[in-house]
Design a protein around this ligand. Structure first.
Ligand code: PMV
Length: 354
């Protein structure tokens, strides 16, 4: 298995501090369904975001065994420990030196707490980068390309979509013949052939509902195992990705919109036809979608939507139409947002060292 590449060695512990800021991402081709260990059933492609980020600082202290304390927005949060412990258990074979550290992990999100924006992708990406920074310190021969590849590899083991939160502005995760160097083990950046329109794309995140999800992503992925439409869905996603890759180079927005909206609705169709079935849409989600369609027809502007595993709507549009689209959001869509809240984000260049 190719993951052999990512095994490192034990090393004597040294005190070290590392801080990274990693962005959230929004998938255009959705990852939904996986096999062990966190390998996707189909390739996915996402926009890396810019202002929706997690900042994480890790204070590594030499110790006899591996342990950690986790702080979120300044408060100690032992309720996150099981998830973090599971992550650390999974990655320890690849970074055996971690056995000799106590880590104080402090994390903050730029986006509002309980806004319904998943933070696991940005959080796992930031933590993985801090771990890689120490690995590079311990093994200075670590090359830059390998550093980012392994950070994405580690992040994937924490949360699949986190693999796509290292680089920007667009990344692909999952093996596909349509993109050279793609892999199930880590995400790769789309590269310089990305059309300029997508390098500045906007994403207005309309916060429709911040309540906790009735079915978590972990459970949702599980339900794809016995799903009657699963195999066709994996095929559809792979084909949609194959069709989208050339569009990301040519900037054909009409074709882009057709694939992106189909992917969003297909993801939710899988949820609605799982056993047990469930719906993460809210009436306001659908009201916003209909308004977007009406506005697109009447204005002729290339605006579209995508959805994550939740009720919030991501409105996607080229930066040159930002003022018209943002006027439309204020006049017609804000009424459907919980407490009128939305976030204006845009495509970003990936994680940064602090
Ligand atoms: O990374 P996870 O296990 O939380 O799954 C994410 C799945 C979606 O957000 C719904 C789609 C995606 O590709 O990001």
């Amino acid at each position: 298995m190719e993951d052999k590449l990512f095994f490192s060695k034990a090393a004597p512990p040294v005190p070290f501090i590392s801080s990274w800021k990693a962005p959230s991402n929004i998938a255009l081709i959705k990852y939904w369904g996986k096999s062990e260990p966190q390998l996707p059933k189909n390739p996915s492609l996402s926009f890396t975001l810019s202002t929706s980020v997690t900042e994480t600082r890790v204070d590594f202290q030499p110790a006899k065994s591996c342990s950690f304390d986790f702080f979120f927005q300044g408060a100690k949060r032992p309720d996150f420990n099981p998830k973090l412990q599971h992550f650390i258990d999974r990655i320890t074979p690849y970074i055996p030196w971690i056995a000799n550290y106590h880590m104080v992990i402090s994390s903050e999100n730029s986006f509002p707490h309980s806004s319904g924006i998943a933070s696991s992708a940005s959080a796992m990406a930031a933590l993985s980068l801090s771990l890689m920074e120490l690995e590079q310190h311990l093994f200075p021969e670590t090359e830059k390309d390998f550093f980012y590849k392994k950070a994405s590899f580690l992040a994937r083991l924490g949360s699949g979509s986190a693999a796509r939160s290292i680089a920007g502005p667009v990344t692909i995760w999952g093996q596909t013949t349509s993109y050279f160097s793609s892999s199930d083990l880590y995400a790769v950046p789309f590269g310089s052939e990305l059309h300029s329109v997508f390098q500045h794309y906007r994403d207005a995140i309309l916060l429709v509902d911040h309540g906790s999800k009735v079915v978590s992503s972990t459970q949702g992925h599980q339900l794809m195992h016995k799903h009657p439409f699963a195999e066709n869905r994996f095929l559809q996603a792979a084909e949609n990705l194959e069709a989208l890759v050339p569009i990301m180079r040519t900037g054909d927005l009409e074709a882009f919109i057709k694939i992106v909206e189909l992917e969003a609705l297909s993801l939710h169709a899988m949820m609605m036809t799982s056993t047990p079935y469930y719906v993460l849409f809210k009436p306001n989600t659908l009201a916003i979608i209909e308004k977007i369609w009406e506005f697109r027809t009447s204005s002729g502007l290339p605006i579209c939507f995508t959805l994550d595993a939740g009720a919030n709507v991501h409105v996607l549009y080229p930066s040159e139409y930002a003022s018209q689209v943002e006027d439309f959001i204020k006049k017609e869509l804000v009424v459907f947002c919980e407490q009128g809240k939305y976030l204006l984000d845009r495509v970003g260049s990936g994680a940064k060292k602090m």
